[in-house]
Ligand binder design. Structure first.
Ligand SMILES: [Zn+2]
Length: 108
């Protein structure tokens, strides 16, 4: 398990958003590419990484519309930096979104 020391900012606030879920043992390093950017929202700062259609190889469920994101569909991945269990756990719990659903989502 490679730990990358690319911390750019320190968590400043804890949000109430988190819900503990079982961590998966998948290798995340290939998926988190290209470099994510930070988007601020009402429920905190989110890391957002865009997945090109060529890199979309699996089917995901979009938390915005609860429909599937099919392989070959460009979408994005979002996770929070200030996860109570730390950054690695936050990345484990990242969500795949349709781009449109992410842009129109309502923070909760
Ligand atoms: Zn969606």
């Amino acid at each position: 398990m490679g730990k990358k020391n690319n911390r750019k900012r320190t968590p400043s606030n804890l949000s109430k958003w988190q819900k503990p879920r079982p961590a998966s043992g998948r290798d995340i390093s290939r998926i988190l590419d290209p470099t994510p950017r930070i988007e601020s929202a009402a429920d905190g700062d989110w890391f957002v990484a865009y997945i090109a259609s060529v890199n979309a190889l699996k089917t995901y469920k979009c938390p915005g519309c609860h429909r599937q994101i099919k392989p070959g569909v460009a979408h994005l991945v979002a996770w929070q930096d200030d996860h109570m269990f730390g950054r690695e756990r936050a990345i484990e719990e990242r969500r795949h979104w349709h781009q449109k659903c992410w842009q129109t989502r309502r923070p909760y």
